[in-house]
Design a protein around this ligand. Sequence first.
Ligand SMILES: C[S@@+](CC[C@H](N)C(=O)[O-])C[C@H]1O[C@@H](n2cnc3c(N)ncnc32)[C@H](O)[C@@H]1O
Length: 217
Amino acid sequence: MNETEMMQSAAARRHALVGPADLWESKRIFQKDFLLKAGLKPHHKLLDFGCGTLRGGIPLINYLDAGNYIGLDVRTETLKEACLEIEESGLDIKRPTIIHCHNLSIISFSDGVSFIWAFSVLIHLSDEKLDQFLEFASRSLSPAGIIYANVFFGNRPDGKWRNFSLVRRTHDFYKSRCYDYGLAIEDIGPLRNFGHISHEKTQEEVDSHRMLRIFAR
Ligand SMILES: C[S@@+](CC[C@H](N)C(=O)[O-])C[C@H]1O[C@@H](n2cnc3c(N)ncnc32)[C@H](O)[C@@H]1O
């Protein structure tokens, strides 16, 4: 294997840590495009919950003012790759904060964050972990702050993705869990409507993959 091939295979390994390698690029572009259309400005503070290897994080770090990106994930292997991505992209100057965290109850942000972005993360959370996330998110948002998170609507039995679950829950389920933490949700539609490309095969699968806007009641 020559040097270029070695670099390509290292990148493919990194990309596969967060999903299908062939969709990596489009899912990177989607994240920044979506957030900019949702009103993200460079002066906003953004928490990328479940940031993984910074598939979406790198363009966001580049876009935001220095110090305004916080990435948090539960896996050390993805965060190791995330730190390499920052270094390789020359984005240390933007001073991103990367947090490895298993216990959200010990994390807080003094000034609050304007946006919480949870891309393809709530779909992997058990109900108990979802509650922990919502409790954390509700006390981390600034007063006008907004959470965007994609979910699958439905009530099929949980599936698997790596060591995580792959869950489907109803709109009413998310509404009621959010309500308990002082939050309201708005289903703003299928991800596909915002330009998201996926391997979903049937119209039903496409329709069930939704984007939620979550905010303080
Ligand atoms: C499908 S990947 C998406 C990663 C990233 N958002 C992206 O778009 O590339 C899901 C990520 O959620 C992280 N994750 C799962 N459960 C988590 C939890 N309880 N707290 C924080 N991160 C979690 C995983 O480690 C993984 O990196």
